[in-house]
Design a protein around this ligand. Structure first.
Ligand SMILES: [Mn+2]
Length: 320
C-alpha cells in the first residue's frame, strides 16, 4: 500500500526539484527499464518537468520496441558534474547494482527509492518499497493511482511490459493484486498480445547462442541440477540475462535447480540461479549477491572453473 505520507513527500520533493535523475540496476531488464521510463513520463505529464534517465551496462535487444526507449541515456553520456536535486532509484536491489549512475545518486540532495527487492541497506530518504510486489512497475501503477496522476497509453504499456517481463508472463504471480492492476490496464485499452509480440525481438545470433548453451548443459546430483556455461565469446551474443536458457532447461522433467554461469569478462562471472520448488536465494547471498527466493544471482570475480566448483559445493548442502 502507498500511504498519503509517501505521496506527500514525493510530491513536495519533485515540485521543489530543478534537476531529477532516474535510474535502476545495471544491465536493466524489462521491469527496470520500463519502471524508469513510466515514472519519467508521469513526472513530465504531471509536473511538467524533464527528467534525466540513466543506465549502465546493456539493455537487451528484445526491449528495443519499448515506448520511449531512446529516452534512457548511457550514464557516461551525461555531464559528470550535472547537479542533482532528486535521484530516484528504481528496481535496484542493492546499492552496488546501480553501477555507473551511482555517482549521480551519491550527489543528490534527496534520494527516493521504489523497489520490490529484499534489501537491508536502503538508500532512500523516501522508500516506496514493497517486497511482496511482483514488479516495480506495479508499484509505479499504485503510486500513480494513489497520487491521482494523469496517465496515458504510453505509461500503461510501460507498466504492463514491466509486469509481463518480471512475472515471466504472469508465471511468478503470487498475489491477486498484480492481476487486478493487469485487469485495469486491459480495460483501459492496453493490448497484452502486442506487448508480448514486441518482446519477441532478438537477433538470430542470440537465439542460436542460447540454444547451443542449452545443448551443452551439464547435469549433476542425479539430474536435479543443470549448469550452463556461457563463455565470453558466447556472452557477447547473449541478450540480457539469458532467461531463455533457464526457461528451456526448466522444462526438463525432474530438474529442480538451474545455474547459468556467464563470463562477462575475464574473472567476472555473472551467476543466475533458479529453483523450481526449493529456495536458492541463500546460495546467491553466499556468493555475494541476492534476489528472490526462487530466482537470484550474483557477480563473482574469479575464473569460470573456480566459480563452477564453488557453486557445485554450495549446492551439495541444498539439493533435496
Ligand atoms: Mn523488478
Amino acid at each position: 500500500m502507498i500511504t498519503d505520507y509517501q505521496v506527500k513527500i514525493f510530491d513536495e520533493k519533485i515540485r521543489a526539484a530543478r534537476s531529477i535523475v532516474l535510474c535502476a540496476h545495471k544491465n536493466p531488464d524489462g521491469d527496470a527499464l520500463c519502471s524508469v521510463l513510466a515514472l519519467a513520463h508521469l513526472i513530465e505529464l504531471n509536473y511538467g518537468k524533464e527528467v534525466t534517465c540513466l543506465y549502465d551496462g546493456n539493455i537487451p535487444d528484445n526491449l528495443d520496441e519499448v515506448p520511449l526507449r531512446k529516452k534512457v541515456k548511457y550514464y557516461e553520456r551525461v555531464e559528470d558534474d550535472m547537479p542533482v536535486d532528486v535521484a530516484i532509484v528504481l528496481d535496484y536491489g542493492i546499492e552496488k547494482n546501480i553501477g555507473g549512475p551511482h555517482r549521480f545518486v551519491e550527489r543528490a540532495d534527496f534520494v527516493i527509492e521504489i523497489d520490490h527487492h529484499i534489501n537491508h541497506n536502503k538508500i532512500g530518504g523516501l522508500c516506496i518499497d514493497n517486497e511482496e510486489a511482483a514488479s516495480t512497475a506495479g508499484i509505479i501503477y499504485q503510486l500513480m493511482i494513489a497520487a491521482g496522476w494523469t496517465w496515458d497509453m504510453t505509461v500503461g504499456r510501460l507498466i504492463m511490459t514491466g509486469i509481463i517481463t518480471d512475472t515471466g508472463c504472469f508465471k511468478y504471480v503470487k498475489h491477486g493484486v498484480v492481476m487486478r492492476i493487469v485487469a485495469d490496464l486491459i480495460d483501459a485499452g492496453i493490448d497484452i498480445q502486442r506487448i508480448i509480440n514486441d518482446l519477441s525481438n532478438k537477433p538470430r545470433k542470440t537465439v542460436v547462442t542460447e540454444a547451443a548453451a542449452v545443448g551443452a548443459a551439464e547435469f549433476f546430483f542425479g539430474n536435479k541440477l543443470a549448469v550452463v556455461i556461457i563463455d565470453n565469446k558466447q556472452y557477447k551474443n547473449l541478450d540480457g540475462r539469458g532467461e531463455t536458457v533457464l526457461n528451456l532447461l526448466g522444462q526438463i522433467r525432474g530438474l529442480e535447480y538451474m545455474v547459468l554461469l556467464k563470463e562477462q569478462k575475464q574473472n567476472q562471472i555473472g551467476v543466475s540461479l533458479r529453483g523450481r520448488r526449493h529456495a536458492i536465494d541463500k546460495i546467491a547471498v553466499e556468493l555475494g549477491g541476492g534476489g528472490h527466493e526462487f530466482a537470484a544471482g550474483a557477480i563473482v570475480h574469479d575464473t569460470l572453473e573456480n566459480v563452477k566448483e564453488r557453486v557445485l559445493e554450495l549446492f551439495k548442502g541444498v539439493v533435496k
